[in-house]
Design a protein around this ligand. Structure first.
Ligand code: ADP
Ligand code: ZN
Length: 739
């Protein structure tokens, strides 16, 4: 969707990629300032755009980047002096990307630069590591332990003391003693060991004819070394990864770097192992769970080209690649690609922009492409590579609806007789099942049976969710917790609260009561069941040590569990979202992905979808397995309603502690919206969660025809309004969340 704007929008106002020798330059600092500031330099330098400098600001010193020539607006004498950091420079394609993202998302360029300069330590001098090698001297008193160490070290390799102690099975004192006597001597090592480079020919699989066709196409695109976009559209289990690995191999053999974006960290572990099987070593990772030291190592590797393949979350888009030759966006339809805080951007769309600026190909992979991407592929703007069949003997699973209106069930029970029977069959056959419910905790609502009082969060207009393991009520928006009150705060009745509706914990309880023998585990992105535990569950499930996983969307995607033959969807009607034009699309994607976990091995799979709306187009499309008919119909609806990708949307979200001030600001904004052709402003209206973390929220929505330059309009509009202190305005271009 963004693709076309790349051509329409003017390129950076500062196009000089190198400035002449100069004693001044405009320097962009990683802060939300309006633009670059002029600085002086002690000597004349050839200050190229992107060159990193240390620049004073107030009492601080920051790492910034030369962004162009000094504007000259400030009197020379007043300029503060910055110092260039000789060795480091942001590549010019990254500088252009930063400018582009800033303009598109209406963020100050410095705020976007901050995304690229997240690891200041990466520019610090390398810290040498010390290690020991065999020395010339002989120890005064030979002992068996000392002999083992010297024996080990005869090979002349440098090792750190702890490694020597471990390999020679001696205490640290033995190593220390030998070093003091110069029987071992210290040498300096570079801070980071060189990482092994992935080998494009390490191992390969025999591709199916479909896979081969797609792989050939992607390889050719990599060889051409120019911008192109391909949609790799393959049914779940069709081997999209194997196919795009061929493109990765091609880039590796051309000595280019590769960026592979994944929507969730939870997906990376299985992925890293698979990558290692194909290329002989793990790729570099980039996500929020890395230690500061790892970050430094990866950042440097990306910058100097040692890091050949980076697998990362959306923030990896802002890394300073030396020579990017290919971008892959796996599960491109995923909502997790949208960064919702700070600089609000969609990583899939911005990845297309980055590929364009780097002049390299990009592959978007999915079994359920977003409507935006689907329309681009259908219209011929993206190459459309299809994998219509599952790999090997695996067939697509059979999908059946369970009409919950017709199935007899007791109150407070969520597994229908049909689903129970299927579970019994699956477990009896020694196979695995996945029960999917996209709701953490025990119950989404706690209600007083006498007066109807609902427990809500004190900071948010949201229900408190019961987490029975922890015996707590938790707000899923601000993490506020309480105990379940003994007395209802409204009518003072004693022990009158009941749990309403299911969460994964409640389904587990019901499942255990019916299948006490089965090995069952929960996998959700809970703080209680943290990422490490989730990973452990996923691994154990893949290894066959667990029979049934009850999980939220975290297990629904990407994973390959060859012995899983039953996927049960507890409540397919949860997906809806008021005022969200993508509600049906998203619901279809999620349910289809869950269904796609079933029957990926030799045995055929079954999917049971519990619903009260069996006639819903989403349900019908799932049963009939006609995705394209569903997407075509969705496209018609969006075209008629002028919603993306046929129209543009931008959301303005106001938030602040003072409710009245927030509302007044919303009204003032609406009043001052300039009238323009092909454009409408809706609202202000209270957000779905009217109060979050103690802040009242109001939303305005701008809807425009595709040809309208939304960014210019917003600039003009917002330039005329003063947002009062205490109210925060967030601009969300191409919003995908309507809460
Ligand atoms: P997708 O990402 O399309 O859902 P995967 O790439 O996970 O599918 O592939 C599903 C399974 O099939 C994986 O275990 C993968 O290793 C295997 N597979 C796919 N293609 C081949 C092939 N050509 N040869 C051997 N195994 C393959
Ligand atoms: Zn809350």
């Amino acid at each position: 969707m963004v693709d076309e704007e790349i051509r329409v929008m003017p390129s950076s106002s500062i196009t000089t990629s190198s400035a002449p020798d100069s004693k001044t330059a405009a320097v962009l600092l990683p802060l939300p300032l309006r633009g670059p500031y002029d600085y002086a330099f002690a000597e004349t330098h050839r200050l190229r755009r992107g060159a990193l400098v240390r620049a004073p600001l107030g009492s601080r010193e920051l790492v910034g980047a030369v962004w162009g020539q000094a504007e000259g607006g400030v009197v020379k004498e007043k300029l503060r002096t910055a110092a260039p950091m000789e060795t480091y420079r942001l590549p010019s394609a990254l500088c252009d990307f930063i400018d582009w993202v800033a303009r598109y998302t209406l963020n100050p360029p410095g705020a976007v630069l901050a995304q690229a300069l997240r690891v200041p330590a990466a520019f610090e001098a390398e810290l040498p590591r010390r290690a020991l090698i065999i020395g010339e001297a002989r120890p005064d008193r030979p002992t068996a332990a000392r002999a083992r160490v010297l024996d080990l070290m005869q090979d002349g390799l440098a090792r750190i003391p702890s490694e020597i102690a471990e390999l020679a099975a001696v205490g640290p004192g033995v190593v220390k003693g030998l070093a003091e006597q110069d029987a071992l001597k210290w040498v300096a090592l570079p801070e980071f060991e060189r990482s092994p480079a992935p080998d494009p020919y390490f191992d390969s699989v025999v591709l199916s004819p479909d896979q081969l066709r797609a792989a050939e196409h992607m390889r050719d695109a990599v060889k051409k070394r120019e911008f192109s976009v391909a949609l790799l559209d393959g049914v779940t289990g069709s081997g999209k990864t194997e196919a795009y690995f061929e493109a990765v191999a091609e880039a590796l053999s051309l000595s280019a770097q590769v960026l592979i974006l994944l929507p969730e960290i939870a997906l990376t572990v299985q992925f890293l192992d698979r990558f290692a099987l194909r290329f002989g070593c793990r790729p570099f990772e980039w996500h929020s769970d890395l230690s500061q030291r790892e970050r430094k190592r990866v950042y440097r590797g990306v910058m100097n080209g040692d890091a050949r393949v980076i697998v990362g979350a959306r923030s990896a888009l802002f890394l300073p690649f030396l020579k990017l030759g290919l971008i892959i966006v796996d599960e491109e339809h995923e909502q997790a690609y949208k960064q919702e805080e700070g600089v609000v951007y969609h990583a899939r769309d911005m990845a297309v922009v980055r590929a364009r600026l780097e002049n390299c190909p990009i592959v978007l992979a999915s079994a359920t492409p977003s409507l935006e991407t689907y329309v681009n592929a259908r219209g011929g703007r993206y190459e459309w590579l299809k994998l219509a069949h599952r790999h090997g003997a695996a067939e697509m699973p059979t999908v059946k609806l369970v009409d919950m209106r017709a199935e007899p069930g007791e109150a407070g029970q969520f597994l229908s007789p049909s689903l129970r029977a299927a579970l019994a069959d699956t477990l009896g056959a020694g196979e695995q099942a996945l029960l999917f419910l996209n709701r953490r905790g025990y119950a989404p609502l706690t209600l007083c049976t006498l007066c109807g009082h609902k427990e809500t969060c004190r900071n948010c207009s949201a229900w408190m969710v019961e987490h029975r393991y922890r015996k707590r009520l938790v707000c899923h928006h601000c993490a506020y917790e309480t105990v379940i009150p003994e007395r209802c705060p409204q009518c003072a009745a004693l022990n009158s609260f009941i749990a309403c509706g299911p969460g994964v914990e409640r389904v587990e309880e019901e499942f255990r009561a019916s299948f006490p023998e089965a090995r069952v585990a929960i996998a959700s992105s809970d703080t209680f069941h943290g990422p490490a535990e989730t990973q452990a569950v996923i691994r154990a499930f893949a290894a066959g040590d667990i029979d049934v996983v009850i999980g939220t969307q975290i297990v629904a995607k990407g994973h390959h569990f060859p012995r899983l033959t039953l996927a049960g969807i507890i409540d397919a009607d949860l997906g809806g979202g008021a005022g969200d034009p993508r509600a049906a699309e998203r619901s279809f994607q999620l349910l289809h992905q869950v269904a796609g976990r079933s029957g990926r091995g030799e045995k055929p799979g079954l999917v049971l979808i519990q619903t009260r709306n069996p006639d819903d187009p989403v349900m019908r499309a799932l049963v009939a397995d006609n995705r394209d008919a569903f997407l075509d119909e969705e496209a018609r609806i969006r075209e008629r309603s002028l919603t993306p990708p046929f129209g543009r949307l931008a959301a303005l979200i106001l938030a602040g502690a003072d409710a009245e001030r927030v509302r007044e600001t919303g009204r003032a904004l609406a009043r001052s919206a300039p009238s323009a052709r092909g454009l409408k402003v809706w609202g202000p209206a209270p957000a779905f969660y009217q109060v979050l973390r103690g802040r009242t929220r109001e939303r305005l929505l701008l809807q425009a025809e595709k040809t309208v330059d939304v960014q210019s309009y917003l600039k003009t509009w917002l330039g005329s309004v003063k947002i009062p202190g205490g109210v925060r305005l967030t601009i969300d271009i191409d919003p995908i969340s309507f809460f």
